[in-house]
Unconditional design. Structure first.
Length: 149
């Protein structure tokens, strides 16, 4: 087992990788997983899945969205939500696919993107994207959309 031995003044500290398992025991293991590894956003994986579903529909593996929902075990509404991600402006899709996060909550979620996707033009989507990324409370036009739901 490897670790770091730190000596400062009269204090000696040994740093070792620690892994917590479901029990309350703490195990000292050399092969502790790295916690700071980056990963793609969850919404990026959803976007990739949406493009794959669209491709399968176009190739005839699924007859339509409802058939895709049945065969994949999703509701028709959820398939529509996923496929709506493909309506994002191409540059926004590229940004999503390139974004990564290290730990904790993703900086942007599929739920937050719904108001971006709801915008009619790509320019409006870019403005809504900027609003969501700046963590402003509402997307442009969200109050207008709220009245229609």
């Amino acid at each position: 087992m490897t670790g770091k031995l730190l000596v400062s003044g009269g204090t000696t500290v040994l740093e070792l990788p620690v892994v917590r398992q479901k029990s309350r025991r703490v195990l000292l293991r050399e092969d502790a997983p790295e916690r700071n590894r980056s990963r793609p956003l969850r919404v990026a994986r959803m976007l990739a899945m949406a493009h794959e579903i669209e491709r399968l529909i176009a190739e005839g593996a699924f007859t339509d969205r409802a058939d895709a929902a049945r065969k994949l075990g999703f509701t028709r509404a959820r398939i529509s939500q996923l496929l709506d991600l493909t309506l994002l402006a191409p540059d926004l899709q590229e940004r999503l696919l390139m974004m990564e996060t290290t730990a904790g909550a993703d900086p942007i979620t599929e739920h937050k993107l719904r108001c971006v996707v709801a915008q009619a033009s790509w320019q409006e989507q870019r403005e809504a994207w900027a609003s969501v990324m700046a963590k402003r409370p509402l997307c442009p036009g969200a109050s207008r959309l709220a009245g229609t739901l």
